[in-house]
Ligand binder design. Structure first.
Ligand SMILES: C[S@@+](CC[C@H](N)C(=O)[O-])C[C@H]1O[C@@H](n2cnc3c(N)ncnc32)[C@H](O)[C@@H]1O
Length: 216
């Protein structure tokens, strides 16, 4: 009788695995909130110091919406890639969630910012300077206008990354208006059929695509 009572008492004092997971998720959420806030501050500074003087294609995605969209895609050993990683906030979010996370960005100053941010968050997220367009890729839409909008040209970043696009389970992009179709085409031609493409749309929020179709 006494034994049973003491076991029951210690079992109720000890957190169960659900509690441990909830506490780990709460701790992760707190880190992500801090990271998003720092991301917004970096974006404000960039907007004031760079974009106020000249065009630059970096505009920050809706970080909090990306956190919520990415959460259900977590899983052990999964690999994440951000196309056009800018200050690295989203790639670092993915790393803190447990993905093996990588970002490709054309602007070397932004990559330096991203690496510094990763260091300050003890993140193993990796960043390379380069283009997320694979070598030889050509955008040939059926409407015939193959201009690539705000997307810049540069040496492809995959070789330095040590991975090709079909090595990734989840890919994220924040396209400017009219550039989403190119991202879907890229994923269709070079990505894995079972991989997820998360796209931050300006009006519709973050949508998940698989095989070129939105998954609900
Ligand atoms: C709309 S911003 C998105 C930034 C970041 N992904 C986010 O969601 O907050 C697009 C980014 O892609 C970068 N970029 C443009 N063309 C690129 C290319 N071909 N390869 C890699 N990055 C590119 C820009 O420098 C810019 O930082």
């Amino acid at each position: 009788m006494t034994m049973m009572n003491s076991n029951a008492a210690s079992a109720s004092a000890r957190p169960g695995s659900d509690d441990v997971l909830r506490e780990a998720d709460a701790a992760l959420r707190r880190r992500l909130v801090r990271l998003c806030a720092e991301g917004w501050a970096l974006w404000d500074r960039f907007d004031e110091e760079v974009r106020a003087h000249r065009f630059h294609p970096f505009v920050a995605a809706d970080y909090e919406a990306v956190v919520n969209a990415l959460m259900p895609h977590r899983g052990p050993g999964l690999r994440f890639l951000e196309w056009g990683a800018a200050t690295g906030v989203i790639t670092i979010i993915a790393d803190l969630m447990g993905f093996d996370a990588y970002g490709i960005e054309l602007d070397p100053d932004l990559v330096a910012t991203a690496r510094d941010l990763a260091r300050r968050y003890d993140s193993r997220a990796q960043f390379v300077v380069g283009s997320f367009l694979p070598t030889g890729y050509e955008w040939r839409p059926s409407h015939g206008d193959g201009r690539t909008g705000t997307l810049g040209a540069g040496a492809s970043g995959y070789r330095e990354l040590g991975h090709s696009l079909d090595d990734f389970d989840v890919v994220f992009g924040y396209p400017w208006d009219g550039e989403c179709d190119l991202m879907l085409d890229l994923m269709n031609r070079y990505g894995r059929a079972d991989a997820t493409l998360l796209v931050n749309h300006v009006t519709d929020g973050v949508l998940a695509y698989r095989g070129g179709r939105v998954r609900r």
